[in-house]
Design a protein around this ligand. Sequence first.
Ligand code: FAD
Length: 464
Amino acid sequence: GVNILWLRRDLRLSDHAALIAAAEQGAVIPIYILDDETPKHRKMGAASRWWLHHSLSSLDADLRKLGSRLILRRGNVTDILPELAAQTGATSVHCIRHYEPWWRNAEKMLAEKINLVRHHGNYLMPMGSIKTGSGGEYKIYTPFWKALAQYMPPAEPLSAPTFLNSPETWPESDKLEDWNLLPSRPDWAGGMRDMWQGDRECGIGEHGAAQRLHEFFDYADKYDEQRNFPSITGTSFLSPHLHFGEISAAQAWHGAMSAGGSVGTFLKELVWREYAQNIICQYPGYGRKNARENFDNFPWRDLNDEDVQADLSAWKQGKTGYPIVDAGMRELWATGWMHNRVRMITASFLIKHLLIDWRVGEQWFWDTLVDADYASNAINWQWTAGSGVDSNMFVRIMAPLAQSEKFNTRDYIRKWVPELSHLDNPHIHDPEEYGVKPANYPGKIIGHKEARARALAAYAQIKG
Ligand code: FAD
């Protein structure tokens, strides 16, 4: 018989249970559907679309080596899949289970129309399988991690098939180029190409992901020491590859274990990804809705106000006058990625120094990150705001300049804020304070002490 393999954020051929199951049953029609309707206001952002283009192109090339190909369609999955199944006489549609609220709804609707077979595969453990002793849900990271750790290591990753049977006739496919996922004018993707493709043969896609993991092994033993220092290549850079499923979490886990060294902290980070998704399963609206309801009354500054718009633009463009914040925001704009420590600093700055609603920042990250992930983005923004289930306290206000010195961000600032590249420690962290601010670098849009006092006063209004 013929089977459809419905691909989403699982753009790989190895460790793919749905692919293996479909292949065992006969001919396989692999399909990717660009669906901007089902996710509603969560349609994929611009940076993610850029990544998707390259990932799909790589996957199609890999499928062709197996005698197969990738069919592309655009539209609502709940229309397209049943139509395609009827047209091709497919007996089943195999997919890997996805947990974004819109995918869960779509899977439910599809299961009523077609023989949808859902497989585990994007996370270390199927969501819902890690329960407390009394059968409840975990809301806090540490106990969740301890419970999950008991099931580790995950099963050995599955190998990719060496050949796939084709249907007698291939259904029609769109052309990837016609989807216009890449920017045309202006072409803002130059920095993204440099960072993710550069001189690599296979930067994006399954081979690129494997190569990243391999490169990470060279310094994985220092991950624990170096991961907080944005000037150093200390983290794995796997996030977009994991988000698009070019590598499975189980493959990353096994890879890291076999690399040895002190990979414990890295494995814990992988579990943050699981934890985030687990929270979204409990609170599907987490990307917009404060988990702590008192935050619904938080006196955020009004976005209709011109001053607030100006502050927001300064933040987006990296012109706040705080070098570490500006370096981070410019790195994000240029490469579609930002170091985790700097994500924390820039997010905290928007929320606490500028008193702008965390959801505004969450949306900007959604549009500009190549690893934009509904779950990971939402839990980290709510954590920073103090509005989440397992949150930092609002009153712990990060001091960006002190953070910058502590994590020795000099070289990072030099790279992303070239106006300051002639400055050294300690001046580079706060050129205004030291009286060395060049004329072409903005002054601070708000002083730290003043911002801190304003944030605490705002918080006092919703306390208790
Ligand atoms: P590594 O340090 O090598 O970690 C390995 C993997 O673990 C990552 O690839 C990622 O999948 C996972 N991971 C690490 N830290 C976290 C974390 N705090 N939360 C969830 N998963 C984690 N990560 C995203 O993947 N998508 C997002 O949209 C996203 N938005 C964020 C927004 C804010 C405000 C903050 C503070 C963090 C956000 N993160 C997000 C988490 C984290 O910053 C990135 O996962 C990390 O920087 C990716 O780099 P890496 O792959 O080199 O990480």
